[in-house]
Design a protein around this ligand. Sequence first.
Ligand SMILES: *Cc1c(COP(=O)(O)O)cnc(C)c1O
Length: 354
Amino acid sequence: MTTDRTSFVDLRSDTVTQPTPAMREAMMAAPLGDDVFGTDPSVNALQEKIAAMLGFEAALFVPTGTQSNLCAILSHCGRGDEYIVGQQAHCYRWEGGGAAVFGSVQPQPLDHAPDGTLPLAQIEAAIKPDDAHFARTRLLALENTLGGKLLPFEYVQAATDLAKSKGLQRHLDGARLFNAATAQAALNKRGDIRAEARRIAQCFDSVSVCFSKGLGAPIGSALVGSREFIARAHRIRKMAGGGMRQAGLLAAAASHALDHHVDRLADDHALAQRLAQGLEGIEGLKVEAPHTNIVFVDLTGAAQARSSELLASLNSQGILATGLYRLRFVTHLDVDAAGVDRAVAAIRAFFAKS
Ligand SMILES: *Cc1c(COP(=O)(O)O)cnc(C)c1O
């Protein structure tokens, strides 16, 4: 859909952001080469920047987070291997089963605890013995944030330590790693978002980060890992059709986002709090206190029957959200306090008339 951005309050996802004027300028100014030849200076600079930022040897720029996770899983696992993953994890549930389809890698999904973690005992029990009956358990894949929830850092350490002690590789789907780091920095009163991002990332052998979510770039993700791992991932990216030519145009946007949009993620988190607080106390709404930039609101009782009507009403006022009985509102670069207040007022008005 086309949106007149001054009148729309688009809370469907943080992927909907438009590149800012400064980001567009950075894109236009980017020196370009041909990244399939490895000679695009802007891509190379971005890869070096994100690898250094997160403390890894190498990085690979890819068009999507889906392709990044696919490259990661297929670089860690071969045919007949399996990875342990959460039922709600993007790379298991929301990516068309790519690792199974393209790589014959079997997922071993586990249920999440209410805080989003995969209980350590369940992880340990899911690791198969070396026996011809079983797929070879090779990898633990976690996601942080998961549905906007920050995984407790002590848990991340314990789960990845357990995986390592059992000889598993460890992958983080950190599509929203910098949101996680922002929340973790606030929680620890450390205030250093980059240090927290690095602390989380260093628990893993590979990490995927999206530039096209809260960071506000139009397209792109990065996968980081060891040099040898990234060389394998590079081959998978080629097979997946992800070799891009003058990709520096996009890498420059991502690089601009890393330089200018990390510290402002806290603003999105504050707006999510504002939204959640604004919706408190409405009969029939159960609001989950957000950790980051995603607010989930469950409709309960009689309110459930009015869900479609609510969404249509909001839509007619230019306020966009997703869900049905569980609504999702995501704050981002292109939403401000006035927009959030408009959404709150519209929802309150809807439930005030019966
Ligand atoms: C958005 C997202 C991805 C990948 O998304 P693409 O649309 O393929 O870029 C992967 N993991 C998580 C957790 C995400 O939120």
